[in-house]
Design a protein around this ligand. Structure first.
Ligand code: F3S
Ligand code: F3S
Length: 111
C-alpha cells in the first residue's frame, strides 16, 4: 500500500484525492488516510503531493514508519466519537467526510 505521513498533517492539499483512480484516500480532521485494502498501488498520488507526504510502504523513511500502522488503524479501529470502524467503504465519495483522526495524529504537535 501507499501511506500518507506527517507532512500532510494540517496541510491537507488534497491533490492526491483527484489522482486516485479507486478513490481510496479518506479525509480526517488534520490529515488524510489511504485505505490499505482498497489502494491498488498505482502510485498516481505520490508525485502530486506538494509536501511529499506520500510513500510506498517499503520506501517510508524511519521516522515515518509509524504512519503505516496508523493509516491502517484509522480504518480498522473505532475512532473516538464513532460507533463503528470506517472499514472499507469502497470509495471516499460514497460516505460523508469522516473528519476525525487517530489518537496518534491527534497527538502530533501543531506546526
Ligand atoms: Fe495531504 Fe499531500 Fe494529499 S498534503 S491531502 S497527502 S496531496
Ligand atoms: Fe490511489 Fe495512491 Fe493507492 S492513487 S490507488 S492511493 S497508490
Amino acid at each position: 500500500t501507499y501511506v500518507i505521513g506527517s507532512p500532510c498533517i494540517d496541510v491537507k492539499d488534497r491533490a492526491c484525492v483527484d489522482e486516485c483512480p479507486v478513490d481510496c484516500i479518506y479525509e480526517g480532521k488534520r490529515t488524510l488516510y489511504i485505505q490499505p485494502d482498497e489502494c491498488i498501488d498505482c502510485g498516481a498520488c505520490e508525485p502530486v503531493c506538494p509536501v511529499e507526504a506520500i510513500y510506498y510502504e517499503a520506501d517510508l523513511p524511519d521516522e515515518e514508519q509509524p504512519y503505516l500502522a496508523d493509516n491502517e488503524r484509522f480504518f480498522a479501529n473505532i475512532l473516538e466519537g464513532r460507533d463503528a470502524p470506517v472499514g472499507s467503504p469502497g470509495g471516499a465519495s460514497k460516505i460523508p467526510v469522516i473528519g476525525m483522526d487517530t489518537r496518534f495524529v491527534k497527538a502530533h504537535p501543531a506546526a
